[in-house]
Design a protein around this ligand. Structure first.
Ligand code: ADP
Ligand code: ZN
Ligand code: ZN
Length: 743
């Protein structure tokens, strides 16, 4: 007799990396062993006429779609998910909170090759170390082969430690020929084991410093919380010893054989930090940032995932790196805007780090000299514990801040007489001067002296910036550029004049004003090529540079011990903005730039040139400090229900077709009306502050609510419906939850 057995089909619910707000059902492969597969595993599935990589979310037996219409999974790429169940739920949470498609969110957690379905194998790394004669050789004998000399110096400085292929590749992309020559000369050998892993209890290469009581208190408090979730805000001015606190907490975490994730705003700007970690710890350290190759980043990712590395030092995108033995997350310079992704999946690495730490039951340390107002508010609400380092470590003194009223004073290319005099005095003492101007190029405007014509970008609402060095006019908002015009194209006769001030222009006047002094200019134009910045930094630190001139690049992370005078050439530029975040950012910038001065035992002075010497905000900051400033601004925000007292989401819309945004906003008006039951304030639509950019017309609409849950409930209903509108397909739109700038 024929026995019929009804077997319920096994269905894989998956996310696919495409911009749609839904998941997809497929039939599981017939031969699948369900015990051998877990959510998060990568699959290959048929999609339309193509194959796509998918991520398994759920194994189920029911589908809203007719089973007979479901296609089958083609291939299972990972038997075990590379992500832990907690990390997968973190990504699902983030997709919901930022209202961004789940497939795209999950794929951002993976390195590029893994997103494309390549196998997740960590290739076996070779290690190299010095031979006995390599240890005793005098590297000066290798003077004629400078790369070999530098590599021997590097090895010798490491006391018999070995270096891996990936570390060597990071040192120099053509490391292999150098290593081979040194092997042939009997100075290096390939070693069988990674000597650093032999004894995993020893994590320290060089001993820690003796802490001051505040540092010790901070370290003790965090270490007491290892193994459970808690957020700490480590507040301390630059030079107060925050990094030393991180290092000592990390030491304890490593001794428990756990891993640490350290996020920094811009790792390429802080090679010193990496050096300091490598100097202190003998464990394997993975580094991940955008200047590395895809392969290097994938290696770093897998080294953390498999537990071979114990520390990851990375930028925002490293946040989702899987950790085999999670122990601690540190976010340095937590106020920095670059922790917020500004395109695509617009997540805040700081906020998501907290959610991650909570899921993993580990502590988070947020560090800054100028904490974000959100974080200070969270301290006030006792959500975070404040750890305060009030003084600079060692003997150094905090710099003195002063406003310099430049109204009616003689000014040469942005430098007032009194400032020039101060600079001469500082330089005469053989100390360094740092000049900050947050505008690169020669001048922001080219104007005709006879007819008033201004060189504008044809595709943006913006003026073209003069770049004399390269003989170019450039738009800083799109790729437009031209040869520098010599004659007015409008009246054909008039003389063209540069208007305003950029770093290039200041650099030229410095040459005339300070004869024989060496100036370096650090901005995006001068430091684009790899290694240039490192080179300049080294020149600065060895004292061959007198004047350092630069943009915001100077505000981040660098230590310039011999700088005793800092001047902010145009502090007023930050005072007038329609974005309520601007005052916070300006104050942070001022304090951060000031922090570069007067380290070591030399006291520093910070001069801010202004035409608004009575500006209340500047005065609060200078006379009462950053915290009083922050209190004042928080009170203002409270009155206006602005973040962190209210919650915002910004809908940005742009299109080449001028009418398309208008039609889009008309179409969503009904949806907003239908779903906005929780009194979400709807502001706009209005033209964006830069109403045209790269040829597209730009508009925006702001949603605001004092209750986060109400705003989220509204967005949750609104966004999926919005995606279905045909008018939405005629524009480019994006939703930015908790925007950090309103542009
Ligand atoms: P931050 O990260 O706050 O800028 P760092 O940790 O880099 O501060 O410390 C600034 C300088 O002070 C560094 O040169 C560091 O080596 C030194 N330093 C930090 N803590 C101590 C300490 N307890 N004793 C002596 N020097 C210290
Ligand atoms: Zn003209
Ligand atoms: Zn442009």
């Amino acid at each position: 007799m024929l026995k019929l057995q009804v077997v319920a089909p096994v269905i894989f619910r998956v996310a696919i990396q495409i911009p749609v707000y839904r998941v997809f059902d497929y039939l599981a492969p017939a031969d699948i062993d369900l015990k051998a597969i877990s959510p998060g595993a990568r699959l290959e599935v048929p999609f339309g006429k193509a194959k796509k990589i998918a991520y398994l979310l759920e194994i189920t037996q029911r589908s809203d779609i007719d089973i007979n219409k479901l296609k089958s999974v083609l291939r299972v790429l990972d038997r075990r998910s590379l992500l832990s169940a907690k990390d997968l739920s973190l990504l699902q949470w983030a997709s919901g909170y930022y209202h961004y498609p789940i497939g795209e969110v999950i794929s951002t957690a993976f390195p590029i090759a893994l997103r494309q379905g390549k196998p997740a194998v960590l290739k076996f790394e070779k290690y190299y170390c010095l031979t006995d004669s390599g240890k005793s050789t005098d590297s000066n004998e290798l003077k004629r082969t400078p790369k070999q000399k530098r590599l021997i110096d590097k090895f010798q400085a490491m006391d018999g430690e070995c270096l891996s292929e990936s570390e060597l590749a990071e040192w120099n992309s053509n490391w292999r020929s150098t290593v081979n020559s040194l092997i042939n000369n009997g100075l290096l050998v390939q070693c069988d084991v990674n000597t650093r892993n032999v004894n995993s209890n020893v994590v320290i290469r060089n001993p820690a410093l003796t802490c001051n009581p505040q540092q010790q208190d901070a370290i003790d408090k965090v270490c007491a919380q290892l193994g459970s979730f808690k957020t700490f805000l480590l507040e301390g001015v630059t030079g107060s010893g925050k990094t030393e606190v991180y290092l000592q907490i990390i030491q304890t975490v490593l001794e428990q054989n756990l891993q640490v994730l350290v996020l920094v705003p811009e790792i390429t700007l802080t090679p010193q930090l990496e050096e300091r970690f490598k100097h202190r710890f003998s464990v394997n350290i993975a580094v991940s940032h955008s200047k590395l190759t895809d392969k290097q980043r994938q290696t770093a990712w897998l080294q953390m995932q498999t537990g071979q590395c114990s520390i990851m030092l990375g930028t925002r995108s490293a946040l989702f790196t899987p950790l085999k033995r999670p122990g601690l997350i540190i976010l340095d310079e937590e106020h920095d805007g670059s922790f917020k992704q500004q395109e695509g999946f617009r997540f805040s690495a700081r906020d998501v780090a907290l959610v991650r730490a909570k899921l993993l039951a580990i502590p988070v340390v947020l560090g800054s000299a100028t904490p974000s107002l959100e974080s200070l508010h969270n301290v006030q609400r006792q959500r975070y514990e404040l750890l305060h380092l009030p003084e600079r470590a060692g003997n150094s003194v905090e710099p003195v801040l002063q406003l310099l009223d430049v109204r009616n004073k003689s000014i040469q290319e942005g430098l007032s007489e009194p400032l020039i005099a101060e600079m001469h005095k500082t330089l005469a003492n053989k100390e360094q001067v740092l000049l900050f101007l947050n505008r690169r190029g020669f001048a922001p405007t080219l104007i005709c002296h006879s007819c008033g014509w201004v060189a504008k970008c044809l595709r943006c609402d913006a003026n073209l910036v003069i770049h004399f060095d390269e003989d170019r006019l450039r738009c800083h908002h799109c790729a437009q550029e031209h040869r520098l015009l010599k004659q007015c194209p409008d009246c054909k006769g008039g003389q063209l004049m540069p208007l305003g001030l950029g770093t290039e222009r200041v650099e030229r006047v410095l040459v005339d004003l300070f004869k024989g002094k060496v100036t370096v200019r650090l901005d995006r134009d001068t430091t684009q090529r790899k290694g240039v910045l490192e080179n300049y930094l080294q020149q600065i630190n060895t004292g061959t540079v007198d004047i350092i001139l630069g943009t915001q690049m100077l505000a981040k992370g660098h230590h310039f011990p011999n700088v005793t005078l800092v001047a902010i050439l145009d502090v007023d530029a930050g005072l007038f903005s329609i974005d309520f975040h601007a005052s916070e950012k300006l104050a942070q910038m001022i304090i951060q730039v000031s922090g570069r001065a007067g380290r070591a035992d030399k006291s520093g002075k910070v001069i801010m040139q202004t035409r608004q010497p009575d500006h209340p905000l500047l005065n609060t900051l200078i006379t009462q400090g950053y915290n009083s400033f922050a209190k004042t601004v928080l009170e203002e925000r409270k009155v206006a229900d602005l973040p962190p007292f209210g919650y915002q989401a910004l809908l940005r819309v742009q299109a080449f077709e001028p009418d398309a945004p208008k039609l889009f906003f008309q179409a969503i008006a009904d949806l907003i009306h239908k779903f906005n039951t929780g009194h979400t304030l709807v502001l706009g639509p209005v033209a964006a502050p830069m109403a045209k950019r790269s040829g597209q017309y730009r508009y925006q609409m702001l949603f605001q609510n004092t209750q986060r849950t109400q705003l989220q409930a509204f967005l949750k209903m609104f966004v999926p419906e919005l995606t279905q509108l045909k008018q939405a397909k005629k524009v480019r739109w994006s939703l930015d939850v908790d925007p950090v700038d309103l542009y």
